[in-house]
Design a protein around this ligand. Structure first.
Ligand SMILES: N[C@@H](CCC(=O)N[C@@H](CS)C(=O)NCC(=O)O)C(=O)O
Length: 205
């Protein structure tokens, strides 16, 4: 069995879980609930960075972070791959994966800022994350045609983008990011209906 340190709202954990379902490995994943923010968590014994996800493989190796875990899972099956073989298609997917993960990074940073006591919040920092999110969403909108057909096999980039956008819906619904991004919005709706996304939906905010 593979053991995955898991928190239900993390967009990075969700990406790993969606990836596992998409490639048919979900039954090999044991989910270990882990709160990375708890002061007495034993998470650092697995991941010295103290972050979820972390995956313990069958030989006891602990893998992190989420792109590494996803690529490891992708090595365990013979079906259509989430990560293309070396070549131009792979660079395209890795770039888009970075954009999706970067959206999650900016959103998580902004959320952490929102959770600080009001007198210690830093508006310029929050604005920096907001601006990064806005630019990244605009970039995705302009290249929405390069995302996978929502009914076909997904790449790891599609999974990352879907999980990041869903995280924005969870934490920053008031931003209404869909307003200026009709193509991205039209892509996310059917992708969200895939079994992998439905089965990993976070609890309501
Ligand atoms: N780059 C990492 C990011 C993981 C991450 O930031 N996870 C958050 C939860 S959403 C966490 O565990 N944060 C705890 C901390 O930063 O100390 C990945 O892709 O796995």
């Amino acid at each position: 069995m593979l053991s995955l340190r898991f928190s239900p709202t993390s967009p990075y954990v969700r990406k790993v879980r969606v990836a596992a379902i998409e490639i048919g490995l979900q039954d090999r994943l044991k989910l270990v609930p882990t709160d990375p923010w708890s002061t007495d968590t034993d998470l650092p014994t697995d991941n010295p960075l103290g972050k979820v996800p972390a995956l313990t493989t069958e030989d006891g190796t602990v893998l992190f972070d989420s792109p590494v875990i996803c690529e490891y899972l992708d090595s365990l099956h013979d079906g259509p791959k989430l990560f293309p073989a070396p070549g131009p298609a792979r660079w395209k997917v890795l770039r888009l994966l970075a954009l999706g993960d970067g959206i999650a990074d900016a959103a998580v940073a902004r959320r952490l800022e929102d959770m600080r006591p009001a007198e210690r919040q830093h508006e310029a920092w929050r604005e920096r994350q907001r601006a990064a999110l806005s630019r990244a969403l605009d970039a995705l909108e302009s290249e929405a045609d390069t995302l996978a057909d929502p009914a076909g096999p997904l790449t790891i980039a599609d999974v990352a983008v879907a999980c990041a956008l869903a995280y924005l819906d969870l934490r920053f619904a008031a931003d209404e990011w869909r307003n200026r991004r009709p193509k991205l919005s039209a892509w996310l709706d059917p992708v969200s209906n895939r079994a992998s996304m439905r089965e990993t939906a976070p609890p309501a905010a």
